[in-house]
Each structure stands twice: as C-alpha cells, then as structure tokens.
Design a protein around this ligand. Sequence first.
Ligand code: HEM
Length: 203
Amino acid sequence: MALTGLVLAGFVLGHMTGNLLMFKGPEAINAYAAWLHANPGLLWGARVVMIISTIAHIWAGILLSLENRAARAGGPAVAATRRATIASRTMPYSGVVILGFAIFHLLHFTFKAVALGDVSFGDDVYKMVIAGFSSKPVAYFYIISLLLLCLHLSHGVSSVFQTLGLRNERWRSRLDSLALAYGWIIALGFISIPLAVLTGYLK
Ligand code: HEM
C-alpha cells in the first residue's frame, strides 16, 4: 500500500506541476504535451508503472478495509481506532470517488470520449482543457473530486511513514501536518485550472 501510494502521490505532484503551464499560455502547455508524446519510452514507461501501481493500490486497499472491518467486529475499540480521523475512516469512499474521477478523466482528456463540443482539438491540449471546463457540471465534478483527493492524501501520505516505520509519537503530528499540507498543495494546484476557466481568467 505504501509503495504504490507513494508512486501515485508522486505522479499527482508531477501532473499538477505540468498542468500549471496552462497559466503560461497555450504554447507552453502544448509544447509540454508534445514533448511527452514525442518520448514514447518515457510516456509508456510511466503508463505501465501507473497502471500496475493503481491496480495494486486498489487491491491492497480492499484487503485493508476488509481486515479493518473484521478487527472492528471483535472486541472493544483499541487506542488506534479511537484516534481515527474523518480522513482515515473515509479512505475507501474517497478512494472509490477518485477512481471514478480517474476513469471519467481518462475518457474526457485521453480518449476524448466525452463530448467537448463539436470541435476537434487535434494536438491543442490548451483548447481541449478550456472546452472541458467550460461545462460547469464537469468543472464542479473535478473540484469536488480534487477536494476528496486532498482528504485521501492527508491521511495516506502520513500513513506511508507509519508503514515504513518512520512515524513515532513525537513525529506523528508533524507528519500529519505535512501530509495535510501536501494534500492541499496538490488539490489547490489542480483546482486552480477549472476555477480559472469558471471565472473567465483562462479562456
Ligand atoms: C484540473 C485537473 C486536471 C487537469 C486539467 C488534467 C489534465 C490532463 C490532460 C490534458 C491530460 C491528457 C494529456 C495528453 O494526452 O497530452 C491528462 C491525462 C491524465 N491525467 Fe490528468 N488532469 C487533471 C487532474 C488529474 C488527476 C487528479 C489525476 C489523478 C488522480 C490525473 C490523472 C491523469 C492520467 C492518469 C492521465 C493519462 C496520462 C496518459 O497516460 O496519457 N489527472 N490530464
């Protein structure tokens, strides 16, 4: 769970940073997308790692949820259970929404299977993103999913340190704050784009 979570958390940071090129204008983001597609080794290497990590992460998440449920069914709440937060308790639910979001997102921007108006964008990623978020329900769906991604990361990133044996009582609250900050940075970085389109800042 920790290793796959780390890979996925690293991917979202890279993807979010790349997306911010939207604010530098069409040339910048389109050149970045063209560079990615011109390096099929890099693109497909990353895709394979992402597919394997996603499947393994979901599988480990299901097993962990089942184990937690079984543990809760027997005996009184132990200290760790009492310390549960909203983020930790809702990990399976935020995870399912993020998965649904990711499937929609691939259909939207990678397979272009979701209607984006009657225009064909060719290699113009900038225009495609603007058209994508010109639909208010789509933009709001992205924003809500990204807030849930923040919640998911705020527990997940801190748990990575626990799994690696690097989280002790003294460091626990600092790591929790670090994970919360990471979740917000990722979510707000991504959200800035649909928000900028909704408000007319990006057009
Ligand atoms: C405002 C938020 C986002 C925007 C504007 C955005 C934009 C894009 C665009 C334009 C592409 C297609 C790139 C291309 O084909 O050149 C893409 C692909 C992708 N995005 Fe996002 N993205 C966002 C959020 C996310 C999030 C939160 C995740 C993960 C949870 C994600 C995962 C992916 C994946 C896996 C691909 C496919 C990459 C590939 O193999 O081609 N995206 N995104």
